[in-house]
Design a protein around this ligand. Structure first.
Ligand SMILES: [Fe+2]
Ligand SMILES: [Fe+2]
Length: 202
């Protein structure tokens, strides 16, 4: 099954700055995503994106929301239409005239799957957070305290253990760090600090 998008332009530049409202984004989210585990993953990535935009990129609230939305919706079609991932959500956002930067970030969240290269900061950080967020969450589930007291050395150890969360592609994570120009350890630390703040319910 190929998920290649075979295109490189997304959305329309005329729609820059046009975003979903929080209510619209939540409605799309709950309508399309029924799997609770996936819901939590999307919320976690959304929170990481927003936090990073605010704290590390120094972006204003409008931009933080654009980053958050890219994170929140990046896997929106995975639950019901895995064979159309991420084609379906891209087309949905295009039909709603959403900001092309958000659509592009979603389209490039897995360059090895979708064939779209991450270019902007938003693109690169979404790619950088996605898989490592999943690995960190898998680690939290096997710890009695979850995220509480989680240490960098623990997640580094799991990262090296090929059998742990074996579906998480380590090569892809390293590739993402290199493209984003960020250190693996600093992203791990950021995820440890932020991800435990996310709760299942909206
Ligand atoms: Fe995905
Ligand atoms: Fe994801």
């Amino acid at each position: 099954m190929s998920l290649l998008l075979n295109r490189s332009v997304f959305g329309d530049a005329a729609n820059a700055g046009h975003v979903l409202t929080r209510a619209e984004a939540d409605a799309l989210f709950t309508d399309w995503v029924k799997n609770e585990r996936l819901q939590l993953h999307m919320k976690q990535v959304a929170h990481l994106m927003k936090s990073w935009a605010a704290e590390k990129e120094g972006l204003n609230e409008a931009d933080q929301w654009r980053w958050e939305m890219a994170g929140l919706l990046h896997d929106a079609d995975w639950d019901q239409w895995p064979e159309l991932h991420c084609k379906k959500i891209i087309e949905e956002l295009e039909s709603r005239n959403i900001d092309p930067e958000i659509i592009r970030a979603i389209a490039s969240h897995g360059p090895n799957h979708f064939g779209v290269e991450p270019e902007t900061r938003m693109d690169k950080m979404l790619y950088a957070f996605d898989e490592l967020s999943g690995l960190t969450h898998a680690y939290s589930l096997m710890r009695p305290g979850g995220y509480e007291g989680m240490e960098l050395k623990g997640i580094k150890k799991r990262f090296k253990e090929k059998g742990f969360a074996a579906n998480v592609n380590r090569e892809e994570i390293l590739d993402a760090m290199e493209r984003a120009g960020v250190e693996l350890e600093s992203i791990m630390q950021f995820i440890i600090e932020k991800q435990g703040e996310v709760r299942q319910s909206l």
